[in-house]
Design a protein around this ligand. Sequence first.
Ligand code: MN
Length: 178
Amino acid sequence: MEIHHDKHHGAYVSNLNNAIANTDAQNMSLEEILNNVSKFSAAIRNNAGGHYNHNLFWSIMKPHAGGSPSGKLVQAITQSFGSYEEFKNKFVASATGRFGSGWTWLIKNQAGQLEITSTANQDNPLMDIADTKGYPLLALDVWEHAYYLKYQYRRADYISAWWHVVNWNEVEQRFQKR
Ligand code: MN
């Protein structure tokens, strides 16, 4: 995680700063850039996504978190997926099935409902080019750089270990906020 944060995420930040220099994106917030990403270069798309996605990823994890969602969030999860277990199964299937590099998301979609989606590379559901748009509540990085040092090629083991560090309080706060 330290290498992932300092080296991989760090590279997205410096590449984003270079890519937005002297463009309209320079004076926009990160979310504004993502909402209008079709107007910008591939470098801005990849690195703005990379920065946002990793920021979110760090914020929804904490050591020894464990647990499961509660309150209004678990009600919404049950309503959309049938149960927390069903939600987890669908989320895992999406993350396992993502071909190549990308992310799996739990989003609040534009109708205000919960949905599981997956995007390639560093795209995300805030981007105007996303097939399914919404506000990301939970994000799982399934790039090989996220797990190769500890899990080699075993993405499935990384995914099942990841549930032990999900910070559901943070996910619930994001759910309440938007
Ligand atoms: Mn990553």
